[in-house]
Design a protein around this ligand. Structure first.
Ligand code: PLP
Length: 383
């Protein structure tokens, strides 16, 4: 069956007890057991809940995995993956990753004895040189955040495996509509379900999806032991969001491509970072890896300084000034002051996140309205 059909039907079977087409939300912490010492399918909602299970079933299917785990947030999901490591192990992360992942690796994993280093995963030679004998987890994001760099997942998987490491891919920006890392050799796919999977800015959640049952069991043990599970209400909202994922992402990508082309021609814009533009360094790879579309995130540098970019992000009316991404509502943010403020400035600049960088999350509004909004804000920001 096609992706869109599976997103609607897998994990969402009608309720056998009542015939309800939409499965009920199981708001319960615990479950009655058939007898003392006898266990049913569910016993306690930290260990498993039918509504969460339904979502995990859909996610595993859409990402071509053997199983999924749903978490309270994307960060909880990444944290769970890092708990696979032991003191003395090394995480090699791509340099274009979400600021929160950067902070987790450096401020939580490193003090626990894990070595952490970053290298550009879009430059395979540089990335390969950054492996250490103790590298056990490689963590990449493609498209990267916020520079929208493109990394070759199959090549990174090959490198990771050659060095005895697992490859984890944060697939939040691409979504399984555009990229399915497990099919390309990755071991773990991670999502901030808060973003495209939910799609409506109304839930916080995360997910890990894997293809090896053994790895799923290890991650499940950690999740159950540490407890950062997704609640049933969020799981329901996310399952509901998934039903329209393909149609939303497809349309949002189309609008994003149009806006990127418009910005690329504007003299008030110094440069546009969008993998769909032929001059983007990752364009050819993205064309192969992303199933024909290039994502709904567009980053660009204003022809001006930090203050000009600040004026811009504060002047849009339809693009709300907010971190996060991936919903039907368009958002705008300034990474230097917002999503990537947890980077040291020197590190941030070294990684190409300029003061004047602006990141758009393109939603489902009409493309002409969004373009007009950017146009009036650019007029105020760069007179
Ligand atoms: N990964 C990416 C690419 C993100 O954009 C985010 C959040 O912005 C996260 C991970 C963290 O997810 P959450 O905010 O759901 O904890």
């Amino acid at each position: 069956m096609h992706f869109r059909t599976r997103a609607i039907h897998v994990g969402n079977e009608p309720d056998p007890a009542t015939g309800a087409v939409v499965p009920p939300i199981h708001v319960t912490s615990t479950f009655v057991q058939p007898g003392a010492g006898q266990w049913g399918q569910f016993d306690y909602s930290r260990s498993g809940n039918p509504t969460r299970k339904a979502l995990e079933t859909t996610l595993a299917d859409l990402e071509s995995g053997c199983g999924a785990l749903a978490f309270a947030s994307g960060m909880a999901a990444i944290h769970c993956a890092t708990l696979l490591l032991r003191p003395g192990d090394h995480i090699l992360a791509g340099s274009d990753i979400y600021g929160g992942a950067y902070r987790l690796f450096h401020k939580i994993a490193a003090p626990a004895g894990i070595e952490v280093s970053l290298a550009p995963s879009s430059d395979l030679e540089a990335f390969q040189a950054a492996f250490r004998p103790n590298t056990r987890l490689v963590w990449i994001e493609t498209p990267g955040n916020p520079l929208l760099s493109i990394s070759d997942i199959a090549a990174c998987a090959e490198l990771a495996h050659r060095h005895g490491a697992l490859l984890g891919v944060d697939n939040t920006l691409a979504t399984p509509v555009l990229t399915r890392p497990l099919e390309l050799g990755a071991d773990i796919v991670m999502h901030s379900a808060t973003k495209y999977l939910g799609g409506h800015s109304d839930l916080l959640g995360g997910a890990l999806i894997v293809k090896a049952p053994e790895l799923w069991k290890r991650l499940y043990f950690i999740q159950n032991a540490t407890g950062a599970v997704m609640g049933p209400w969020e799981a329901f909202l996310c399952s509901r969001g998934l039903k329209t994922l393909e149609i939303r992402v497809t349309e949002q990508c189309r609008t994003a491509a149009g806006l990127a082309a418009y910005l690329a021609k504007d003299r008030r814009v110094a440069r546009v970072l969008y993998p769909g533009l032929p001059n983007h360094p990752g364009h050819a790879l993205a064309a192969r890896q992303m199933h024909g579309q290039f994502g709904a995130m567009v980053s660009f540098e204003v022809a001006g300084d930090l203050e000009a970019a600040k004026r811009l992000v504060q002047s849009t009316k339809l693009f709300s000034l907010a971190v996060s991404l991936g919903a039907v509502e368009s958002l705008i943010e300034q990474p230097a002051l917002m999503s990537h403020a947890s980077y040291d400035r020197a590190d941030r600049l070294a990684h190409g996140i300029a003061d004047g960088l602006v990141r758009l999350s393109v939603g489902l509004e009409h493309p002409e309205d969004l373009q007009a909004d950017l146009d009036q804000a650019l007029a105020l920001a760069v007179p």
